[in-house]
Write a protein that binds this ligand. Structure first.
Ligand code: FAD
Length: 458
């Protein structure tokens, strides 16, 4: 008897464990052809992410014994063609929830259906799929704390059972997996499901306890660094939540804190699902009258921000970490975003674009809504007065100045917290560190005045 073929179209789910769509494909009784479509819309930006993607795909290709097939082009053309080539009637996917992913999948579904085939979506990249957690009245949540309470009360299924032996379909032509990407370097190290599970297990064993107390300290590197693995779906958040629930002390501060952080990821995905337009526009319209600066002078200031040369050491250290590592500590994401929006008076999408271009964990939901949370245009109820002081934040969360000296070599000669305030030391600028591009106290006053006027005009 000839066995048919089911296609497993992989996107943000580059793993084999806890993979409901893979289980569905295997349960069909057919051979499974794993496919990744290099969609030019997605690979045109975020060069580091494209490189990281290549490394993750290479790891997945190894895990499938080389069965993974790469094809390039518009998925709405590539998949019907491939399905026809291998005689597949079904394409299995993990349900996509981003605005572009939803539009693209609708087009692919239509193209397959027109050919008498089906797109079958099983599971999502989240513990609870966006659009599911609702208020009693059936409305979506707009604020994080009640959402996270309802999300925990809703609960999530156990990780998907291992699919047993997968019969991979082989002998199908494709492009080389690493075509166009360079292996090695910071963007590609530690990629793949095995690396994700090892990192997670190491963090559970050695990092969780410190996490609750020290997660805000960029100098100590105490967070899980799981965001990059989650972005490519090398691990499913449900696997992480199941491990946290099995922890010997499930009510410990570390377990509770990490669960809450994962809830933030789910909340942002839910908000974007409800409001697809909020990917690049203000979610709340209360501040639409707020004037932002633009033009050549502002453009130069923005460039200084991008390069980590604002003259504010904590901001600059964060921006340089982003360029060097493709990752930035959450505290710094908040402080640098606040600096762009509230000290330079620049609309948040400019910064969100820069982050997405350089973050290995760049994620449209968490990035745009992280930015909007800081900018005061997002889900937080009354954040307009929250303006991070870049010097106080640095002294508080990097008390010995170690994080500054790690990323800003021009300040390495200043001992301890002195690195946060070179202007207070006679030799502070001896090694070429730039003067401050704006006066924070003055820009803070200006920001508050603009916000107040915009609120009154609304
Ligand atoms: P941990 O502290 O170890 O947290 C564990 C996991 O919880 C993370 O991997 C992440 O999946 C989730 N998480 C933690 N904090 C948040 C948060 N505030 N919002 C959403 N999820 C969270 N996160 C991204 O994954 N991609 C982005 O593009 C992104 N852009 C951001 C932009 C701004 C302006 C801000 C303020 C935050 C952004 N975040 C983003 C959220 C957060 O900064 C990162 O998830 C976190 O720093 C990743 O490091 P970690 O894995 O060590 O985090």
């Amino acid at each position: 008897m000839t066995v048919g073929v089911s296609i497993l179209w992989l996107r943000r789910d580059l793993r084999l464990h806890d993979h409901p769509a893979l289980v569905a494909a295997v349960d069909s009784g057919e051979e499974v052809l794993p496919v990744f479509v290099r969609d030019p819309v997605l690979t045109a930006s975020g060069g580091v992410r494209v490189q990281r993607l290549g490394a993750s795909l290479a790891a997945l290709s190894d895990a499938t014994g080389g069965a993974l097939v790469m094809r390039g082009g518009d998925p709405a053309d590539v998949l019907p063609e491939l399905a026809s080539e291998v005689g597949a009637t079904t394409v299995h996917v993990t349900r996509e929830t981003t605005p572009y992913g939803r539009r693209r999948d609708a087009r692919v579904r239509d193209a397959l259906v027109a050919d008498g085939r089906a797109l079958v979506a099983t599971g999502t990249p989240y513990a609870v799929g966006p659009g599911i957690v609702r208020t009693r009245a059936g409305a979506p949540y707009q604020v994080f704390t009640p959402y996270s309470q309802a999300w925990r009360a809703h609960g999530w299924p156990a990780p998907a059972a291992a699919p047993g032996r997968v019969r991979w379909a082989t002998g199908v032509d494709g492009d080389p997996v690493l075509d166009g990407t360079r292996p090695g370097g910071v963007a590609t190290s530690g990629a793949g499901e095995r690396a994700a599970l090892e990192r997670w297990e190491g963090f559970l064993a050695d990092g969780l306890e410190r996490y609750a107390i020290e997660r805000d300290r960029p100098d100590l590197d105490t967070t899980s660094r799981m965001s990059v693995h989650l972005t490519y779906g090398e691990i499913h958040p449900r696997t992480m939540l199941a491990d946290l629930a099995r922890h010997p002390c499930p009510s410990s501060a570390g377990v509770q804190r990490l669960t809450t952080e994962l809830a933030w990821r789910e909340f942002h995905a839910d908000v974007l699902w409800q409001h697809p337009g909020s990917a690049w526009r203000d979610l709340r319209t209360t501040l639409t009258a707020l004037p932002y600066d633009e033009g050549p002078v502002t453009g130069e200031l923005v460039e200084r921000w991008r390069q980590g040369r604002t003259g504010y050491p904590f901001v600059d250290a964060g921006m340089r970490q982003l360029l060097a590592e493709g990752w930035m500590h959450n505290r710094l994401r908040m402080v640098t975003a606040s600096f762009l929006v509230k000290d330079l008076h620049v609309w948040w999408p400019t910064g969100a674009r820069h982050f997405l271009d350089h973050l290995l964990d760049g994620d449209i939901a968490s990035n745009s809504h992280g930015w909007q949370w800081v900018a005061g245009t997002g889900t937080d109820a009354s954040p307009w007065f929250r303006i991070f002081n870049p010097v106080d934040q640095g002294k508080r969360f990097d008390p010995a100045g170690d994080y500054i000296r790690r990323w800003v070599p021009e300040l390495a000669h200043l001992d301890g917290p002195a690195a946060h305030e070179p202007w207070r030391h006679p030799d502070g600028y001896a090694h070429g560190y730039p003067e401050r591009i704006v006066d924070h106290a003055e820009e803070r006053r200006e920001s508050l005045a603009r916000y107040e006027r915009a609120r009154q005009e609304k």
